[in-house]
Design a protein around this ligand. Structure first.
Ligand code: B12
Ligand code: SF4
Ligand code: SF4
Length: 309
């Protein structure tokens, strides 16, 4: 099939993917993503990769009265749910475009996914380092399908990040700077670390009151105040906003932090003494603090307040 044939058939692949409930899809060229991340998943790439189909999967499932895991970890493990969805789509694409190879990746990937989403026209990159998908904010996962089929790259969109720096100001550890993330200072990174933490790191976990991850820079972002609840059923199913020693076994088998193992989660729970983020309706310092859209009243009116836990 020639390049122009593929361009003519482009609507086919978009409608095939939207048939799986994924409405946010773009394409970028594989070569624009070099250099890749060096990890074992690189071995799964097709022999002659030419295009990358990038999908954004919204995960915001609502506000909870209490929560001690990051928003992205409330739903079932996206490596499994998102991975299964992308796997099915890849299978259907292979049937629709015989002779071509389609390989899905999500997170555990040689692809710098935020950059891929930006280059595939899905949105822009905020100063918090995350993709901002217009209308959905940054509470979206990114998954990619790498193919040897030549597809037309999507036009790049200009950005909804006004560089207000609310994310940088809200970051409690100064991990976030205008020049990027200093990951060793990031609470999200610290809660993932194995083994004994330094006294400073232990204090950060205690202060964050999160057994896993951190959302503070994302929650401070004005682009996330009006995020819609995910349209993907697999991201709304079986939410678990609070974990503790009593439900840890179940949580580890189903949730994204399971790969880190029980010891890391137990350590974090001990440090936080089973506390939860004290304020369910997050208010952070900065120019956009106390967003009215996140007040209890407003969340109820929008149907975004979830019961339970
Ligand atoms: C390692 C990792 C982490 C590490 C380190 C992150 C880091 N930035 O260094 C830690 C554990 C800290 C982390 C935390 C989080 N992560 Co993370 N993480 C990853 C992972 C596996 C690799 C990222 C990486 O190593 N980047 C390397 C650094 C150098 O890249 P960078 O700083 O982002 O800069 C790149 C781009 O921004 C780009 N870029 C910057 N500006 C511009 C401008 C233009 C025009 C272009 C073209 C490109 C460009 O160029 C840089 C080089 O590629 C990716 C999955 C993947 N395969 O990409 C997920 C991923 C980035 N993480 C994700 C998430 C959800 C999170 C958290 C929100 C989770 C949480 N709530 O705790 C936090 C957010 C913290 C933060 N503010 O960044 C999502 C982001 C989704 C989104 N909307 O963008 C990803 C894509 C996973 C996924 N599949 O959905 N993460
Ligand atoms: S995730 Fe938390 S610690 Fe990390 S950069 Fe954002 S606000 Fe700072
Ligand atoms: S808080 Fe402001 S600067 Fe940071 S990503 Fe959001 S819009 Fe951009």
């Amino acid at each position: 099939m020639s390049g122009s044939d593929v361009r003519k058939r482009e609507p086919d692949f978009r409608s095939l993917i939207s048939g799986f409930g994924i409405g946010h899809v773009g394409v970028c060229s594989f070569s624009a993503l070099l250099p890749l991340f060096e990890n074992r998943s690189k071995g799964r790439l097709p022999d002659n990769p030419r295009s990358v189909i990038v999908c954004a999967l919204p995960y915001f499932s609502g506000e909870y009265p209490r929560r001690n895991v990051a928003r992205y970890a409330v739903c079932d493990d996206y490596h499994n749910t998102g991975g299964a969805l992308l796997g099915e789509i890849s299978g259907r694409l292979a049937e629709a475009f015989p002779g071509y190879v389609f390989v899905p990746f999500i997170d555990v990937s040689p692809i710098p996914e935020v950059k891929a989403a930006r280059l595939a026209g899905l949105g822009t990159i905020g100063l918090h380092g995350q993709l901002i998908l217009p209308g959905w904010g940054a509470y979206v996962f990114i998954g990619c399908i790498v193919t040897d089929l030549l597809l037309e790259p999507s036009p790049v969109v200009s950005g909804p990040c006004p560089q207000c720096e609310a994310c940088i100001k809200a970051c409690p550890t100064n991990a976030l700077t205008r020049n990027g993330l200093r990951r060793e200072l990031c609470r999200s990174y610290i809660t993932q670390k194995r083994g004994k933490l330094t006294p400073w790191e232990e204090n950060e976990v205690r202060a964050g009151k999160m057994a896993w991850g951190c959302d503070i820079c994302l929650d401070a972002c004005p682009r996330n105040q009006t995020s819609a609840i995910t349209d993907l059923e697999c991201m709304r199913r079986s939410p678990l906003p609070v974990i503790g020693m009593d439900n840890l076994d179940e949580a580890i088998t189903r949730k994204a932090y399971g790969f880190r193992g029980r010891k890391v989660l137990e350590r974090n729970l001990q440090l936080t003494n089973n506390a939860c983020h004290p304020e369910p309706f997050v208010c952070h310092p900065g120019p956009f603090s106390c967003h009215s859209e996140r007040s209890e009243e407003s969340l109820r009116a929008q149907g975004k307040l979830r019961e339970g836990s």
